[in-house]
Design a protein around this ligand. Structure first.
Ligand SMILES: C[S@@+](CC[C@H](N)C(=O)[O-])C[C@H]1O[C@@H](n2cnc3c(N)ncnc32)[C@H](O)[C@@H]1O
Length: 197
């Protein structure tokens, strides 16, 4: 199984524990190093590769399954994800499955949850985020995060997604939608599975 955009392995290691033979790919060297360190400490056999999900260097029909979890869509424009979908189709075996968790920003906006300033309580790192700019041409919004514990700031630009756009791109790549259900962020994300026919 391939974990595309695996980060530090939040899903990859539990999937290995559940019995899958796992490979993780992420573009950030720092994420892959953290995952490799954890793999060494826990004697994981995961293969961890630094690379670009839009152009992964795997042979055709290499994997039985691909996961794209933790809602990484905000990092990708629609064009970029189109490339990922066709690469995923290429490297999946016949009848292989891709599981993707997609943000539903449109659902968020329609339910009135898109405040300009958000207080985000979380375990030990409460933060405030400010939505600074919506760009309707690029399909992005900017967020400025203020970590209330460290006073550190982090600025990011995120692409706006919703499930029907993902379904369209996956169909264009050749996939068939099989299931869809709420994701780990509740109504803010959807978990969808697609099959390569
Ligand atoms: C929201 S995080 C999700 C990480 C992981 N799946 C999780 O749930 O913890 C998105 C990840 O996508 C990675 N990423 C962004 N662009 C990428 C690309 N072009 N190719 C591979 N990974 C990428 C980032 O480095 C980051 O680790």
């Amino acid at each position: 199984m391939l974990d595309l955009c695996c980060g530090a392995g939040a899903y990859l290691f539990p999937l290995e524990k559940a019995g899958y033979k796992v490979t993780g790919l992420d573009i950030q060297r720092r994420m892959i190093s953290t995952a490799r360190r954890f793999a060494k400490e826990t004697r994981s056999k995961a293969e961890l590769i630094q690379g670009d999900a839009t152009d992964p260097a795997f042979p055709d029909e290499d994997f039985d399954a691909i996961v794209f979890l933790g809602a990484p869509f905000g990092h990708f424009s629609i064009d970029e994800f189109g490339k990922i979908a066709s690469q995923a189709f290429r490297i999946l075996k016949h009848k292989g499955v891709m599981l993707a968790e997609v943000n539903d920003h449109v659902g968020l906006f329609l339910s009135g949850m898109y405040q300009r300033i958000l207080y985000e309580p979380s375990g030990n790192r409460d933060a405030v985020s400010i939505h600074t700019r919506y760009d309707p041409e690029a399909g992005t919004f900017n967020r400025l995060f203020l970590d209330l514990q460290t006073n550190k700031r982090f600025k990011g630009s995120f692409y706006i997604w919703t499930p029907f756009i993902l379904h369209h791109l996956m169909r264009e790549a050749g996939f068939v939608l099989e299931t869809t259900e709420p994701g780990s962020f509740g109504f803010f994300s959807r978990l969808a599975s697609y099959r390569k026919p």
